[in-house]
Design a protein around this ligand. Structure first.
Ligand SMILES: O=C(O)C(=O)C[C@H](O)[C@H](O)CO
Length: 412
């Protein structure tokens, strides 16, 4: 990766009136108690998992290093490199101000939504790990403390015969009995053989029947042993989504996720309010500003922010707080490595309305090798009491699984 992104020129970022650096704000006073720490460097390494995970490291003059992760995607390491000058020299304990500082500095480069928010999220998570290590407390303590010792995890499931209801039911049985999960998710945007046109978003009767058969086969098979959600990946029209949600109302569906595209809130609201099937949405929205609209319009029954994409740990906490005003639970979308998964779990323990955190890598085989600790056991994450996120990267494993051409970041 080129290291020139840190030198990119943006007059808006350089001369902005709203300037939140420690120097301008007058937040440089000596703090004592080992809290006079300065950020010296920010580095990234991309790991070739079932998604290309961007791990982030923030280094300090105290020799303490924080590790975070940004949601996967091209351009994220470059954006993090671009933001490095805005945090080097800053005290990493000022997490809230540094988040605002980055949002302000990057406002001309897309800090409202999209990949810039994702990049900021990775830095924000690393700051929580770092702050916890400096203060010698677990990250959840920075968010207000604990509601639960363990956070429930749901397993996103796949089978090679994803369109075969019985194959899905067999996989559900296996994941419950052999892997120990009591919460699952299957995809419903799978071919049924009845499609005439894959672009027009309309579901033909045979397609609805086929999806209902998958729902019936899976929910009946693991009835009373597991909660099962179904994902549609923003595929269908409002009318088709309403018909699908109605067709599965008689089954024990945990939730139906993303039945319609994310852009049009009015359509989403209409679908959600048309059915008693619980509707979950949120992974394609950014920051509390966008998630808030889904919540305040009661366009969701369950909100699903993706923590390393939506803005990080404090932003997810803010979303959960708004959701809690409307009695809406939070099921965190997650396709990340153990780092952002554990960050999600720390927020999950710090909020009253946590339903579950997703795990999306059970087919990979080496997900937990990236860290020295056990992360998921019997379908739950026990929140570590070690400082920060409570994880230690296995640098050999990270190096072994790096995206080709990537450079391994420095040791702590
Ligand atoms: O697990 C989910 O809810 C997903 O939607 C997984 C997606 O494939 C992922 O987020 C990337 O688009």
């Amino acid at each position: 990766m080129s290291k020139d992104y840190a030198d990119l020129h943006d007059p808006n970022a350089e001369y902005t009136m709203r300037e939140l650096s420690a120097e301008t704000m007058g937040a440089t006073a000596k703090r004592g108690g080992g809290r006079d720490v300065e950020i010296t460097d920010v580095q990234t390494t991309m790991v070739d998992g079932n998604f290309p995970w961007t791990l982030v490291r923030i280094y300090t003059d105290a020799g303490i290093v924080g590790t975070g992760e940004a949601y996967w995607g091209a351009g994220v390491p470059e954006l993090i490199e671009r933001m490095k000058p805005f945090v080097v020299g800053e005290n990493p304990l000022d997490i809230d101000r540094l988040f605002e500082h980055l949002v302000q500095k990057m406002s001309g480069e897309g800090s409202v939504e999209g990949v810039t928010v994702t990049a900021i999220s990775g830095i924000e998570i690393a700051l929580h790990d770092l702050a916890g290590k400096i203060l010698e407390i677990p990250a959840y303590q920075l968010l207000g403390g604990k509601y639960r010792d363990e956070v429930r995890v749901y397993c996103d499931c796949h089978t090679e015969e994803e369109a075969d209801p019985e194959a899905c039911a067999d996989e559900a049985e296996r994941v419950v009995e052999e892997l120990g999960y009591d919460a699952l998710k299957f995809d419903l945007d799978v071919p049924s053989g009845f499609e005439k046109d894959r672009a027009n978003r309309h579901l033909r009767p045979g397609e609805i029947r086929h999806k209902a058969e998958i729902v019936e086969a899976v929910t009946e098979r693991v009835k009373d042993r597991a909660d099962v959600a179904f994902d549609c990946h923003w595929t269908f029209s409002g009318g088709s989504a309403k018909r699908l949600a109605a067709a599965i109302e008689d089954y024990d569906v945990w939730w139906l996720e993303d039945p319609v595209p994310p852009e049009n809130l009015a359509v989403q609201e209409e679908v959600t309010k048309s059915t008693v099937t619980p509707i979950t949405v949120g992974e394609n929205r950014y920051r509390v500003t966008e998630e808030r609209r889904l919540i305040e319009n009661q366009a969701v029954d369950i909100i699903a922010p993706d923590l390393p994409k939506v803005g990080g740990m404090r932003e997810t906490r803010k979303i959960a707080d708004v959701a809690n005003q409307y009695y809406i639970p939070v099921a965190m979308h997650n396709v990340s490595s153990p780092v952002a998964t554990m960050a999600s779990a720390h927020v999950g323990t710090a909020i009253p309305n946590s339903l579950a955190v997703e795990y999306h890598s059970y087919e990979l085989g080496w997900w937990e090798d990236l860290v020295e600790e056990t992360v998921i056991e019997d379908g739950y994450i026990e929140i570590p009491e070690k400082p920060g996120l409570g994880l230690t990267l296995d640098m050999d494993a990270v190096e072994a699984h790096m995206v080709e051409g990537e450079t391994l970041f420095d040791e702590a």
